[in-house]
Write a protein that binds this ligand. Structure first.
Ligand code: GDP
Ligand code: MG
Length: 201
């Protein structure tokens, strides 16, 4: 039962935004199929991939069954897991597709704004996306700022601290990833899933 509609599992919509070439499609591909393609074709319009993952309830989420707050109850609720279907919308970064973006971020639970740590202009473009979301998206939208291509550390041109400070300012989560070697990719998507409030009842 991998179809969320049939199994009744919770599903979340995630949108990937950011300049062309920063690695949005590669991140989705790495997460869903564990592959990397050095010469990937650029995305046209948008593409969709999905994957179900099982994550623990985050420690801050109280399990309703246990009224007691003893340490053992807390530990028990931490061990409970839930399966979440991640529906990942990978958008095209080109300017001509920009007007389509609201279709993808409206109704999304999370937006992952990706830049390339070796390309400062992609970090500037990311800030435009963040402002657009701030003005037009739901205030509930979870923002993740993702510095991709961490495997190219020697060519880094955006300091990690700069990315982190911006994320803090925007109330966003900050992560660094490499779609090439897989570093941080699973953690980024499972981190999103863990922050989604569980359906109670
Ligand atoms: P998109 O336009 O944002 O979807 O970017 P793509 O996923 O198409 O990636 C653009 C180029 O960067 C491709 O040649 C990828 O192979 C490469 N790329 C993507 N992610 C990484 C990464 O983490 N490290 C390295 N070294 N290259 C990457
Ligand atoms: Mg793409």
């Amino acid at each position: 039962l991998s179809n969320p509609e049939i199994s009744g599992e919770q599903s979340v919509k995630i949108v990937l935004l950011g300049d062309s070439g920063v690695g949005k499609s590669s991140l989705a591909l790495r997460f869903v199929t564990n592959e990397f393609r050095p010469y990937s074709e650029s995305t046209i319009g948008a593409s969709f991939m999905s994957k179900s993952i099982t994550v623990p309830f985050s420690p801050s989420v109280r399990n309703d069954e246990g009224q007691g707050t003893s340490d053992s109850k807390t530990l028990e609720s931490r061990q409970h897991q839930r399966t979440i279907g991640l529906k990942i919308w990978d958008t095209a970064g080109q300017e001509k597709y920009r007007s389509l973006a609201p279709m993808y971020y409206r109704g999304a639970e999370a937006a992952i704004l990706v830049y390339d740590i070796t390309v400062p202009a992609s970090f500037v473009a990311l800030q435009d996306w963040a402002l657009e979301l701030q003005h037009n998206a739901s205030p509930e939208l979870m923002l993740v700022i993702c510095g991709n291509k961490s495997d190219l550390g020697e060519c880094r041109r955006v300091d990690r601290g700069v990315g982190e400070a911006y994320a803090r300012e925007m109330g966003a989560v900050y992560v660094e990833t490499s779609a090439k070697d897989g570093q941080g990719v699973e953690d980024m998507f499972s981190g999103v899933a863990m922050r989604i409030p569980p359906l109670l009842g």
